[in-house]
Ligand binder design. Structure first.
Ligand code: AHM
Ligand code: MG
Length: 350
């Protein structure tokens, strides 16, 4: 896609609404507002120490994690931008315990917005790419009754839009409305996102994996076996050398996979056996899983398609294996093989 055509995000969305009839106007408005909020977050991230926004806040989030100042700022920017437009009924965030219902002074819309306002925020202070991840669901019909947390508990296959904005060397918005994946780069002079790539495709095969190797001793047997086979390189059963990358910022790792392929794993591990994983289903796994699927890749827990996981809690965690289709299918096959041959009783949760 030539950048001199300058198709803005607005035009892309308008055409999806008008020409392709793929999105209703209030969803278009919602996505434009999310993009505007991301521009604001990008500004704050960009200023860094000059804006006095680096470092930890004195608060913990619902997961018991120390919040960064920018986690809180990003959360506020998203809420303030989205609450008044009339397109949303409520929002849920990785950084807030309960849902945020649109105040009565504003009109209530049809949609629910979920977000991780600043994913990978442990990287903020060291100037490594971070991002905002978002997911949009339709509020279930309930005959005019108010919105509740239960309305959010829909599987990822019900998403109507999902995306992320990565704050890196460029600020890039990556979006799906169920019609492939498009990438928009922020033109800071114009102040608008410009379409820079359409129909992103994740190659089916890869020689690059991303996992936090320091957790190796805690992994389940199939994950250990998979990584062990990769490490054996050309001499091993895979017959090829693998490269490894781990940015500890899911948006950055997924962005690389959407750009050149690869596999990303944050699997269940034995550190906290009762927890089904580290990453959050609703704010991280579902939107990223759908984007990767829309680009031709796959996303699994190891035993189930991520988008088919039925959530029971807003802040539910999940094992995540996503990226190049053949590689993900190989890891799934190793899980299936272990389940049939494993003499040990299953200990994993979720
Ligand atoms: P966060 O949402 O609190 O930033 O946590 C999620 C991040 C992901 O971006 C990343 O893949 C993972 O945590 C890194 O975890 P670890 O530090 O255990 O490698
Ligand atoms: Mg996160």
């Amino acid at each position: 896609m030539a950048t001199n055509n300058k198709i803005s995000l607005t035009r892309y969305l308008v055409e999806h609404q008008r020409v392709h009839n793929l999105i209703p106007s209030d969803l278009r408005l919602l996505l434009e507002v999310v993009a505007r909020a991301c521009k604001g977050i990008s500004q704050a991230v960009n200023k860094g120490a000059l804006g006095g926004v680096l470092g930890a806040a004195k608060t913990e989030n619902v997961q018991g994690e120390i919040q960064k100042q920018l986690d809180i700022i990003a959360n506020e920017v998203l809420i303030e931008a989205n609450e008044w437009g009339g397109h949303l009924a409520a929002m849920a965030s990785e950084e807030m315990e309960g849902i945020y219902v649109v105040p009565h002074r504003y009109p209530q819309g049809e949609y629910l917005l979920l977000f991780d306002p600043l994913d990978g925020s442990s990287n903020v202070d060291v100037n490594v790419s971070i991002g905002t991840i978002f997911s949009v669901l339709r509020k279930p019909e309930n005959n005019g009754a108010g919105v509740s947390e239960a309305d959010f508990l829909q599987p990822g296959n019900k998403q109507v839009a999902a995306g992320y904005c990565i704050y890196g060397p460029q600020t890039t918005l990556v979006l799906t409305v169920g019609d492939g994946v498009a990438m928009f780069t922020l033109d800071r002079e114009q102040g608008s996102f410009v379409l820079t790539q359409e129909r992103l495709t994740v190659p089916a095969d890869t020689k690059e994996f991303a996992i936090n190797m320091s957790n190796m001793r805690h992994w389940d047997a199939p994950v250990k076996r998979y990584i062990d086979e990769c490490l054996q390189g050309v001499e091993g059963p895979r017959g090829k050398d693998f490269n490894m990358r781990w940015i500890a910022s899911m948006v950055a790792d997924v962005h690389r996979i959407l750009t050149r392929g690869g596999i990303f794993l944050y699997p269940w591990d034995k550190r906290e056996p009762g927890k089904p994983g580290k990453l959050r289903l609703m704010y991280e796994a579902n939107p990223m899983g759908w984007l990767v699927e829309q680009a031709g890749g796959a996303a699994s827990t190891g035993t189930q398609r991520i988008l088919d996981v039925l959530p029971t809690q807003l802040h539910q965690r999940v094992s995540v294996i996503l990226g190049s289709r053949n590689e993900v299918e190989h890891v799934v096959a190793l899980h299936a093989a272990a389940a049939t041959t494993d003499a040990e009783p299953a200990t994993r949760a979720g």
